[in-house]
Design a protein around this ligand. Structure first.
Ligand code: ADP
Ligand code: ASP
Ligand code: MG
Length: 436
């Protein structure tokens, strides 16, 4: 059996939905799970809805709600026209009706949550997962229009998590059991295929029953959890690039495809910020030796990248990873005391509580410098928590360049004309805090 994952870019328009069905029919084999993210940039719009409701700007929240509806309507309009009036029947729901059912559920949820005492992060999780619910409901209706038998499953009934809102941790035993139950209950369709369709990114807190999310870009991880639970033959993630390249092709048009990568290399690349795969994706696959294929939905005939197998230290691939929009946070203890373990743990706790990570860190006797994602909503509470103890200075407009397994000459070439504040290296991984 195979697991396919389709991200936001693959379902951003009507052609994306048509293509998804073709790929499923052509490459899906006879037992397939399909994990789909929210369409296009829906999750960002839902984040705007959350912010507006929390700030008591209801009319603005409704404007964003309207934009989400309109964007989906535009995606499905060509599909409705092509399937004709006969397509709407109790067995085959009209795509616009499906859209409105889910948009109204979202609206009801917003009304119910408005004025509630929930924490911001918990509130966020009750709302943003609607992007995935909407997209899979529409894909499901489109499958029905095209008589592609499948079963739609609410991923919140499968992925049981803790209550770490916005970064929920999977409770593995019960999650694996539920996924296996669905697999064993699923029936073959007319073409002899068992096909299950579900959402990425969302789960449910096993205690409160509230919706949770796995962290932004977390749908790759959902697909990996499912592949792990079912001992899948392979997981294929369909992307808008030819596979994993030695640099982000959006930033480096000359980037080259890496046809194979070991699990360890993939873990390292994602850890340092290669956004092509979510960092949590690799481990559940590696535990079971399940290969991960990164393939292009635009050139499906191309082989893409195959991730798997053990690491060969002599054959490490060189690559470049650029994390943009970074800030350098410099902390000097107010009484000039040494930076102690206690001070460090306070700093790391403040970051952890905001879901921030030290992308690079170094300390001297009395100062500590951290490179972090420059997200002002998250950094302000960090500064508030630490300012009684430290003088804090933030330098903005930076990016963090990680050059892995490159020769001196390659590094010099890449950095020519660049200015950087400082560098660090460990073995042959070099990092530079570059002024943008
Ligand atoms: P999805 O639609 O599945 O969420 P993403 O947009 O998250 O897909 O990931 C694909 C994007 O990752 C590409 O468009 C590309 O710009 C970016 N990317 C970053 N680093 C790399 C890399 N090393 N190789 C390929 N793509 C990369
Ligand atoms: N829709 C979610 C996001 O945009 C999850 C994902 O795309 O993987 O972050
Ligand atoms: Mg993504």
């Amino acid at each position: 059996m195979l697991v396919f994952k389709f991200g936001g870019a693959s379902v951003q328009d009507a052609e994306g939905l048509r293509r998804l069905l073709r790929l499923v029919q052509t490459y899906g084999g006879d037992s397939l799970w399909i994990v789909v993210s929210a369409m296009g940039k829906t999750t960002n719009l839902l984040e705007n809805v959350v912010q507006a409701v929390r700030d008591d700007r209801w009319p603005e929240a409704m404007e964003f709600w309207g934009q989400i509806r309109e964007a989906h309507l535009e995606r499905i309009r060509p599909l409705r026209l092509e399937s004709g009036p006969m397509s709407s029947s109790p067995e085959c729901p009209d795509l616009e009706q499906v859209l409105d059912t889910w948009m109204n559920r979202l609206l009801e949820e917003l009304h119910a949550l408005r004025g509630s005492q929930l924490s911001y992060n918990c509130f966020y999780d009750q709302v943003v997962g609607y992007g995935e619910l909407l997209s899979t409901a529409l894909v499901s209706a489109y499958f029905e229009q095209n008589k592609w038998g499948h079963r739609w499953v609410d991923a919140r009934d499968l992925l049981v998590t803790d209550a770490t809102w916005r970064d929920a941790r999977i409770q593995w035993d019960v999650t694996v059991q539920r996924i296996q139950e669905v697999q064993s209950q699923s029936l073959r369709n007319q073409k002899g295929v068992t096909c299950v369709l579900t959402q990425g990114f969302i789960g449910r807190d096993g205690v409160s029953g509230r919706s949770t999310t796995l962290g932004r870009e977390g749908s790759d991880f959902t697909a990996s959890v499912i592949a792990h639970a079912l001992h899948a033959r392979e997981l294929w993630v369909w992307k808008d690039v030819d596979g994993v390249m030695d640099a982000d092709p959006r930033l480096f048009p000359m980037a080259r495809l890496l046809p194979t990568l070991s699990y360890l290399e993939a873990v390292e690349m994602t850890y340092y910020g290669a956004t092509v795969i979510h960092p949590k994706t690799i481990q559940p696959l590696q535990n079971k030796g399940i290969p991960l294929r990164v393939r292009s939905f635009l050139h499906p005939e191309a082989p893409g990248t195959l991730i798997g197998g053990t690491d060969n230290t002599d054959q490490r691939h060189s690559c470049v990873i650029v994390k943009k929009n970074q800030g350098l946070l410099e902390l000097v203890s107010k009484d000039f005391s040494f930076i102690s373990e206690e001070g460090l743990s306070m700093i790391y706790r403040a970051l952890y509580e905001q879901g921030l990570k030290a992308n690079l860190a170094r300390h001297t006797a009395v100062s500590f410098s951290l490179v972090v994602d420059n997200d002002r909503y998250k950094l302000q509470p960090v500064r508030d928590a630490l300012s009684p103890f430290f003088e804090i200075h933030l330098t903005e407009g930076l990016s963090l360049w990680t050059l892995m397994h490159q020769s001196d000459k390659m590094r010099r070439g890449l950095l020519s004309g660049k200015q950087w504040l400082f560098e660090q290296h460990l073995n042959d991984i070099y990092q530079y805090v570059v002024v943008e």
